[in-house]
Design a protein around this ligand. Structure first.
Ligand code: UDP
Length: 485
């Protein structure tokens, strides 16, 4: 064996994976980590203390990896303990502390003088944070961005400078239906209201606006870009992205991709049903669902960050109850914005009352399992990207009520481009909720379910042997090994 071959044999690819500390990001990055780990890539998964404790408390992450000596869960220094930042201020604070404490910590972790950690050296980084890219560039380590949003959302962020140059941003009038024409590939259907929510402010010097734009533009400095999507779903936009990022890995839908590969590997140590929930899942809703007729229940969940006012909550409550359709509603205890002096959820919104209205409520649920359940016929969602993909794979049509960030554009694609549901953005009215729930679950039920089934098939095809996401994941693993990306 020559020297190069010997070196290659001894070479152990070791990827540092570093997600933004929120449920959606941690979830998809952990799934990628598991997929890479299946291909014998060492993984250091870096999270804040809060996220670390939640993962160990509410999931079986520890036992899932106890037989895997190549997977390390690493905790950030205590100065960066941001737990699921939900406000723009908290997001900005997190990015500031990354600059001050995160970068020195990363340098030290990568350098690992004297091999204190007793691990193979880190050979590349995958993250969605530009601070990590900056450290990788300093050290000369390959870096791949993993943006956990849709391709259409990523592309719209990327086009913001063109919108500003063309005078489409900031909006000068209040008419939210004005067509936006400078996001290439979306000229025919994009309106002001469909742009990412950061575009709604008139102050372009706003630090959060600037942060989102600069995080996206910095991605061009990376050796590659990973997106959790599949080619058939977003082909025209992916082609535009490829013109800027030739090294694009579309490897989604990740949750199904992981399940399929675990089953193929017949791994008993890691369950294909394992979840990455940061909160305890109330599984009683599965027993309730088991008793409901096929496709009769609408699942209602607004993800891990969305918060509603008491008035909005009441509109949803009455709309759902008045529709007469069965519902399963995830209402996180921290998801209601209470007025001063108000200490509890409105009395009519509780499990007992929900039962009278043919509904069931929980604080957090095993969502992937629920969406796959035969009793579920539709999903009232905030259009977070993980939720959207999970619904697509399960073939369940959606009513979209986007809250912020990329959700506004995801919901436009669901309603107008993919024809997988109804876009309810910017309204919150019991009459509209009731009408849309009936439309989804009764009047257009068969047509939408049929469309959902077609797209679900394409999603599953994408990860099958030899198809686009399957091949792209293999290419990513090869690149991590060969070129030490
Ligand atoms: N989720 C869950 N249980 C729930 C609600 C949500 O497991 O009761 C999961 C859901 O399956 C998804 C993630 O939380 O994977 C939410 O991510 P998404 O991108 O949809 O929205 P975000 O929470 O980031 O707004």
């Amino acid at each position: 064996m020559d020297e190069a071959a010997a070196a290659a044999k001894n070479y152990s690819p070791h990827v540092l994976i570093f997600p933004f500390p929120a449920q959606g990001h941690v979830n998809s990055m952990l799934k990628l980590a598991e997929l890479l780990s299946l291909s014998d890539v060492y993984i250091t998964f870096l999270v804040s203390k809060n996220i670390h404790d939640r993962l160990l408390h509410h999931t079986d992450v520890k036992s899932r990896f106890s037989n895997n000596p190549g997977f390390y869960l690493q905790v950030l220094p205590r100065e960066i303990d941001e737990d699921h930042p939900t406000s723009p201020d908290a997001v900005a604070k997190f990015f500031d502390s990354l600059q001050i404490y995160g970068k020195p910590y990363l340098r030290e972790l990568i350098d690992d003088k004297g091999n204190r950690n007793k691990r193979p050296p880190i050979t590349s980084i995958i993250a969605d944070l530009s601070a990590a890219l900056e450290v990788a560039q300093e050290i000369g380590l390959p870096f791949i961005y993993f943006r956990t949003i849709s391709a259409c959302a990523f592309w719209s962020y990327f086009c913001i400078p063109q919108l500003i140059e063309a005078g489409e941003l900031p909006f000068l009038g209040d008419d939210m239906d004005v067509r936006i024409v400078k996001v290439k590939g979306m000229e025919e259907f994009l309106r002001r209201r469909d742009l990412p929510s950061i575009c709604r402010g008139r102050d372009l010097a706003n630090p959060v606006f600037k942060l989102f734009v600069s995080e996206t533009l910095q991605t061009v400095g990376a050796q590659g870009l990973i997106l959790n999507t599949f080619d058939h779903l977003e082909e025209p936009i992916l082609n535009l992205i490829r013109s800027k990022y030739p090294n694009l890995y579309t490897i989604g839908p990740l949750h199904t991709h992981l399940k399929t590969r675990l089953q193929a590997a017949k791994l008993t140590s890691i369950s294909a049903e394992s979840s990455n929930s940061l909160w305890e899942e109330d599984r009683s809703c599965i027993n309730w669902l088991d008793e409901q007729p096929a496709k009769s229940v609408i699942y209602v969940s607004f993800g891990s960050i969305t918060r509603v006012t008491r008035d909005q909550l009441m509109e949803f409550w009455h709309g759902l109850a008045d529709s007469g359709i069965r519902f399963l509603w995830v209402l996180r205890p921290d998801s209601i914005i209470r007025k001063e002096g108000e200490i509890k959820t409105p009395e009519e919104v509780d499990l007992e009352e929900a039962t009278k209205a043919r509904g069931y409520m929980v604080g957090w649920a095993p969502q992937e399992e629920i969406l796959a359940h035969q009793a579920i016929g539709g999903f009232l969602t905030h259009s977070g990207w993980n939720s959207t993909l999970e619904s697509i794979v399960a073939g369940k049509p959606m009513i979209c009520w986007p809250f912020f960030a990329d959700q506004q554009i995801n919901s436009r694609f669901v309603g107008e481009v993919w024809k997988l549901g109804l876009d309810m953005k910017d309204t919150c009215d019991r009459v509209i909720v009731e009408r849309m729930v009936r439309e989804l679950m009764e009047e257009r039920r068969d047509e939408l379910l049929e469309r959902g089934a077609e797209m679900a098939k394409l999603a599953k095809n994408a990860i099958s042997d030899g198809a686009s996401s399957f091949l792209n994941l293999n290419r990513l693993v090869e690149d991590i090994r060969r070129t030490r990306i």
